[in-house]
Write a protein that binds this ligand. Sequence first.
Ligand SMILES: [Zn+2]
Length: 376
Amino acid sequence: MSFKKHLKTLRLEYRNSRGKKLKGRYIVIESDDWGSIRQPSLEAWEEQKKKSPKTEDDPFFHFDCLESNYDMERIFEVLSKYKDSTGNNPVITADYAVANPDFQKIKDSEFKEYYFEPFTGTAERYPDSGRLLALCAQGVSAGIWKPQLHCREHVQVGRWMSALQKADPEIIWAFEHRMISTAETVEPDNHYGYMDAFNYSGYEELNLEKLIADAVKLFYSLFGYSSKTFVASCYVWNDALERILRKNGIASMQGSWYQWIPSEKNHGFFEKRVHYNGERSGHQLYLVRNCLFEHSLFGSENCVESCLKQIESAFRWHQPAVISSHRVNYMSRLVPGNGETGIIMLDELLKEVLKRWPDVQFISSDQLADLYNREN
Ligand SMILES: [Zn+2]
């Protein structure tokens, strides 16, 4: 094992050792970005590649796009194949961007006003996406799919609109292609290419209040229940967001080991805060992703094996195994092989998990939050 790899393993052990212990072995699979647009078509991607070499390197721009009916059906097939010792199927906590920008209305206002539409409206204009909401309902009632809230739209509206108003050529190009941004817009002070929806400093709290109120309302009208947990886009958020979420009935934050807090002094940059599983702040309980299952982002070699090792570490410290597996890993609209690889690997992972830990239980993020709350 290389020195770097050894350090990484030690770091994981240390982090898991700090989490609040739970009785039982739990697997939670969290998947962000459902409902959001990204790359609209392979043709658009080809055009971007000609414009910028950065495009080639970014898997989100290469593979990620609005999900299709087919993508969801393929995942459901795999999840339905397996059951844990208590008779439950594996369940994916699917974190949704409940809306996307309404490009036509924004254009009609000559970029003066911002408008959004529910993701189901966007889906009507994409081929093979007309049944997304019906499939969701089907997945929820089968116990294999649990939508939770990711954001209203996966866009930092204020900065994005101001780039449009300034006629930034790259953003105008993206807008004309019904995209939020391109790989070319990713800069040191725009690290997430306008996708860090909650990159607000304290003084912009009024924006946050409306964003969350809209998102919570739309989530309920789409799915028929309220989201109990929340994951901030790009893991960027501040204390104000936590307080506003709490006011709106959300008391658990999904996230990574790190929270990126928008710096009030150094605009566009972040301060880092570390979290661990079961930690609490004044307003929120934190759920932390301690396993990665992201073949599209980090390559498919060893993807299953390295995730199993991370699960093993979690269980060693009596932690839930919270697996991060973004939507991008299962998307086949742009590159069919990408989605297929994700499906094959998910199948392998679930089979192996049940073989190694027959007493494992599959639960969703809101159920994990309930467990922590009950044990407190
Ligand atoms: Zn996201």
